[in-house]
Design a protein around this ligand. Structure first.
Ligand code: SME
Length: 137
């Protein structure tokens, strides 16, 4: 089994790899359900620091995915009314849930400074990444 610090180091490496290798992935981070609270807590990430280290379920794109258990692809963040802005440079966002034994335990969140960059290929790729992440939690 993996100690918590090992898991966070691995998650940070995944963030770094994704942000480095995909030019339209400009902020990459993990949020996880915070114990039995109805909120998400920010985990490892790369990109600009965010004030949004805790997100209540239902709030923003991330909080909506915490309750919907579905991928959420946002081609234009300006068109979303339930959106939490972290940086004015962000144009688009994708959030993919992470399932362990069928339970939504958290998510990968990626912001892009490019408008409408995410395709179904990103969804399939990031679902694979999340399935691999689920194995190390
Ligand atoms: N934009 C997200 C908040 C997290 S930042 O992207 C890092 C949202 O609306 O949930």
């Amino acid at each position: 089994s993996n100690a918590p610090l090992d898991v966070d180091a691995r998650l940070l490496q995944i963030c770094q790899l994704l942000e480095t290798r995909v030019d339209y992935y400009n902020w990459v981070g993990f949020y996880f359900k915070n114990g039995d609270r109805n909120e998400l807590k920010l985990g490892p990430y790369v990109g600009a620091p965010t004030d949004h280290t805790i997100i209540p379920f239902g709030k923003g794109i991330c909080g909506q995915v915490a309750v919907s258990n579905q991928n959420f692809v946002v081609p234009d963040v300006a068109a979303q009314d339930n959106y939490i802005a972290c940086s004015i440079t962000v144009k688009a966002e994708i959030v993919i849930p992470i399932f362990v034994n069928g339970e939504n335990v958290g998510q990968i969140d990626i912001d892009s400074n490019t408008p409408d960059p995410f395709t179904e290929a990103d969804e399939r790729f990031l679902e694979f990444v999340c399935a691999e992440v689920a194995k190390i939690l």
